[in-house]
Ligand binder design. Structure first.
Ligand SMILES: Cc1ncc(C[n+]2csc(CCOP(=O)(O)OP(=O)(O)O)c2C)c(N)n1
Ligand SMILES: [Mg+2]
Length: 682
């Protein structure tokens, strides 16, 4: 992003810069300068990017990556590596330079030369799929910090399960002023402090600059005091003093609390006129300033060139973890839980869970319980939680409503990580981001609950989950006006449509207990992105009497066919499927034959071949029924279809009264069929 800010009023910073640059160029400073030079060169070559942050944080990152962080460039997938999250993702060249210098395969200099170009691993912002050492996709400020809380929590949970000989690593985050101004930093910081995630360290790039200029134009808080209040250990250092950096990182390693270190840095350190200004945040320095910066830093080398004297200690740093990793492999080889550890880290589901679910579904088919789908979800969890030990649940303070807790899970707490249920507090956004971190860490499958309407509060994290392809399962109850009396603030209207619009999100809205179980199966199996289980508060009758296979897997299917040709096809989801079935029955009594299609997932149905879609949708007039806005339904209804649903916000009243008030009724369906259906009965 180009900065519009000018270059004025950085006199004091330039004086400090002169002082810093007057210090002797030690080996460490030389290594840090390699990061600065590569960031300058890559941004110049791309003619876009963010040189200021890598130049400012190069010293801190050098100490971290050469002396403290446990990783082995030869195997970025080592499960017990420290996690590094560049929450200030715009500073992506910092990460790419580090990966290059430490000798990671796939981040050769050619990649850096193609920074920000199509298919380069060195994308504009770090992207998790581009390189195995990129722990997550960052760029939306604050998400990295909050996701890292989930990673650090996952470490604690797995350490409690497998022991410290297999799981004993730290999570390091670099976050900027922007990350800390974002609201999500509050939720994430408070949760981490409460759980005393002491192996989490945030290195705050305290440069007092963001895009519009000095942060004092917009904020006057002290983030250290805020994080101290959350229960963090905090420290303030000169981010260009190697001794102070090292001491602070040692302090973090010993801390019994999560640690935030405010590193007072100069954005764009080295740039002779632009350092310390927003002008160096998000634009190339320009030829002359770039040259002068390198001269000031004492870096006489050609662009994209790192001399051996600097390159080889960097390479050595990248191999520091080789011996610890090999020792770890030996411990793993002898570990009694080796097979289980390898299974969960590979994301492979355990034996037996599918059979347990089949037996559960067969019982449902026989019992035909009338249940709210949220209750059906809880029953599915009663089967899944014991059968899939890597499942960890939670809720954003709506456990009793979401029905996400089942017995023997235990509540995760600072002193108790041998538990499987996380009380996230009223922190939907922080919860969704932490769930992403838990999933990204590996070894666990997170699910978490809130009201469907508050998916809005989690949307940026759900979007990142979709982009990254992480298995996070959201249990979203109270899914329509059917929640009743709580009224329009709590009644989702546009949420189904808006989440269906998001790529790579699996939206599942089951119609009865068997469908709910099937949707849980689909969610557990979906390793490609987040799954959203959209569930009712109100009870629905059992609609299915057989439970072989998984009918929801095709997204939509004919629940009840018309005996003698379709006068119309009723397509419904969730709680409205039973309404459609009731309408079908009363139409049948009048000799009007209609089919009912249950469509729990638009995404999965959209993936089916045209002939299956045609066989389900049929050629008779179509009527869609969903207690939500109709946006997107035209895809299945076609231009002549009728949609029975909501056209505005809901209201406060008992559910039944609301369905009548808004005209989502059996009678409305019947009359639509009579109006629009094939007229053969007349
Ligand atoms: C959620 C979000 N809002 C806005 C942006 C656009 N943006 C990118 S960097 C930035 C300023 C960040 O300031 P800071 O973290 O201090 O970074 P620095 O300028 O110090 O590198 C903004 C607003 C974003 N990436 N994410
Ligand atoms: Mg800043």
């Amino acid at each position: 992003m180009a900065s519009t800010a000018d270059v004025s009023d950085n006199t004091a910073v330039l004086a400090r810069q002169a002082d810093i640059l007057a210090r002797p160029v030690t080996a460490e400073r030389g290594m840090a300068n390699a990061i600065r030079a590569l960031a300058i060169d890559a941004v110049e070559a791309a003619k876009s990017g963010h040189p200021g942050m890598p130049m400012g944080m190069a010293d801190v990152a050098t100490v971290l990556w050469t002396k403290f962080m446990d990783y082995d460039a030869a195997d970025p997938g080592w499960p017990d590596r420290d996690r590094f999250v560049l929450s200030a993702g715009h500073g992506s060249m910092l990460l790419y330079a580090l990966l290059h210098l430490t000798g990671h395969d796939g981040m050769e200099i050619a990649e850096l030369k193609r920074f920000r170009q199509l298919h380069s691993k060195a994308a504009g912002h770090p992207e998790v799929h581009e390189h195995p050492a990129i722990e997550m996709t960052t760029g939306p400020l604050g998400q990295g910090l909050a996701t890292a809380v989930g990673m650090a929590l996952a470490e604690r949970l797995l350490a409690a399960k497998f022991g410290r000989s297999l799981v004993d690593h730290r999570t390091w985050v670099i976050a900027g002023d922007g990350c800390l101004m974002e609201g999500i930093s509050h939720e994430a910081g408070a949760l981490a402090g409460h759980l005393k995630l002491n192996k989490l360290t945030v290195l705050f790039d305290d440069n007092s600059i963001s895009i519009d200029g000095g942060t004092d134009m917009a904020t006057s808080e002290d983030p250290l005091k805020r994080f101290a209040a959350y229960g963090w250990a905090v420290r303030r250092i000169d981010g260009h003093d190697f001794g102070e950096i090292e001491a602070a990182l040692k302090f973090a390693q010993k801390s019994a609390k999560p640690t935030m270190i405010a590193c007072k840095t100069i954005i764009g350190l080295g740039a002779p006129t632009k350092a310390g200004t927003a002008g160096v945040h998000g634009a190339a320095l320009g030829g002359a300033e770039a040259e002068a910066a390198k001269a000031a830093l004492g870096w006489p080398h050609l662009p994209f060139t790192v001399p051996d004297a600097v390159a080889s200690p960097w390479k050595a740093a990248g191999a520091r973890g080789s011996a610890p990793r090999r020792a770890w492999l030996k411990r793993l080889a002898k570990h009694p839980q080796r097979a289980e550890f390898e299974r969960v880290m590979a994301g492979r589901l355990p034996d037996g869970w599918a059979e347990a679910m089949s037996a559960f579904k067969a019982a449902l088919a026989e019992q035909k319980p009338k249940l709210a789908t949220r209750q059906a979800s809880q029953k599915a969890l009663e089967v899944l939680v014991p059968a899939v030990p890597e499942l960890v649940g939670g809720s954003a303070d709506l456990t009793g409503s979401n029905l996400t807790l089942v017995k023997n899970m235990g509540g995760v707490a600072a002193g108790n990580f041998a538990a499987r249920y996380i009380y996230y507090g009223v922190r939907e956004h922080g919860m969704a981001a932490a769930m992403n971190g838990i999933a990204l860490h590996g070894g666990l499958i997170p699910y978490g609950g809130t009201f469907f309407v508050f998916s809005d509060y989690m949307r940026p994290a759900i979007r990142l989950a979709a982009l990254m392809g992480v298995r996070a399962i959201h249990v979203l109850t109270h899914d329509s006006i059917g929640l009743g009396e709580d009224g329009p603030t709590h009644q989702p209207i546009e949420h189904l449509a808006s989440l269906r619009a998001m790529p790579n999100v699996l939206v599942l809205r089951p119609a009865d207990a068997i469908e709910t179980a099937e949707c849980w199966e689909l969610a557990i199996r979906n390793t490609a992105g987040p799954s959203l289980l959209v569930l009712s508060r109100q009870a629905v009758p059992a609609l299915r009497s057989e439970a072989n296979g998984n009918k929801c897997a095709r997204g939509a299917y004919v629940l009840a066919e018309a005996a003698n040709g379709r006068a119309a096809t009723l397509i419904a989801t969730g709680t409205e499927v039973s309404l459609a079935m009731a309408a079908r029955e009363s139409l049948g009594k009048e000799g009007i034959d209609v089919a009912v299609v249950s469509a729990p997932s638009f995404e999965l149905f959209g993936q089916q071949d045209a002939s299956y879609q045609a066989s389900v949708l049929g050629s008779a007039p179509r009527i869609g029924v969903e207690a939500a806005g109709g946006f997107g339904w035209e895809r299945w209804l076609g231009p002549d279809g009728i949609f029975i649903g909501m056209s505005g916000f809901g209201a406060s009243a008992p559910a039944e009264a609301l369905y009548h008030h808004f005209g989502i009724t059996e009678a409305a369906i019947v009359s639509a069929v009579k109006r629009k259906g094939n007229q053969k009965w007349q």
